[in-house]
Design a protein around this ligand. Structure first.
Ligand code: ZN
Length: 243
């Protein structure tokens, strides 16, 4: 498929679920069966794909998404097009940033203690060492791969709408050195310090100040080497993504 055209309609309109299903089906020339959700971490997931039939779970924010966002949803589902995912994520972040879908984090739902690492402990150490205070961020393990089947492994994510760092429970293993887990947490904290910037058509996630600050991590070189080694091991099997 062609890349998303900037000339596509950006006009927003509100639809109900059936109208959205019909719109997506017509855009993709396929059959879309929708489940609407209000789950931040899985705002888009492909539940089932059979030929030209897709069963999708979409966040309710897509009920009023513009046509070009919906085109991106279709391109992502049909072609697994990465640039479409970027556009979809930018849309979701923007929707969340206005607080409309803000849901407070239930502390009881945060899992800190793993078999190998206590995330809160490492998070607080990193905060004190680099920021001289405990930052108002929550942290938890997650056990499901985000964007499964598409992006492979995600070690950590930062949820702007909740100030929540999610760390893949895969890292709760002595195979992953403690300094590496600390580095992933540090990286996610930097997303809190340096929020995503939108400059005209460009979305800057890891800007220059972010990258400079990232290098101040005491084990930066070692962490990057470990990451590179992992990448080499994993690349033949799955794609590797860390946000
Ligand atoms: Zn990142």
């Amino acid at each position: 498929m062609e890349p998303i055209s900037p000339k596509s309609s950006c006009k927003k309109r509100s639809r109900n679920k059936e109208e959205l299903e019909a719109k997506l089906s017509s855009l993709g020339k396929c059959v879309i069966d929708l489940r609407m959700n209000d789950n931040r971490s899985t705002f888009l997931s492909i539940l089932e794909k059979k030929g030209k039939k897709f069963r999708l779970s979409l966040h309710k924010m897509f009920l009023h998404a513009s046509d070009n966002v919906l085109e991106a949803v279709i391109r992502f589902c049909v072609d697994q097009d990465k640039s479409s995912l970027r556009l979809i994520k930018a849309y979701a972040e923007k929707e969340y940033s206005d607080g409309r879908y803000h849901r407070p984090v239930a502390l009881s739902s945060c899992i800190h203690q793993g078999k190998t690492y206590n995330l809160k402990e490492i998070f607080e150490e990193v905060c004190i060492q680099y920021f001289q205070k405990i930052l108002p961020i929550h942290i938890t393990y997650f056990r499901r791969p985000l964007y499964k089947k598409i992006s492979g492994v995600t070690f950590g994510t930062f949820d702007y709408s909740r100030n929540l760092i999610r760390i893949n429970a895969l890292l709760d293993d002595p195979f992953y050195p403690r300094y590496f887990v600390a580095f992933v947490i540090y990286h996610e904290i930097l997303h809190y310090i340096y929020p995503v910037q939108q400059k005209s058509q460009k979305r800057i996630v890891h800007g220059k100040p972010f990258r400079e600050m990232e290098k101040k991590f005491v084990d930066f070189v070692g962490a990057k080497q470990f990451e590179k080694k992992l990448l080499t091991q994993m690349i033949s099997r799955i794609k590797y993504v860390r946000t």
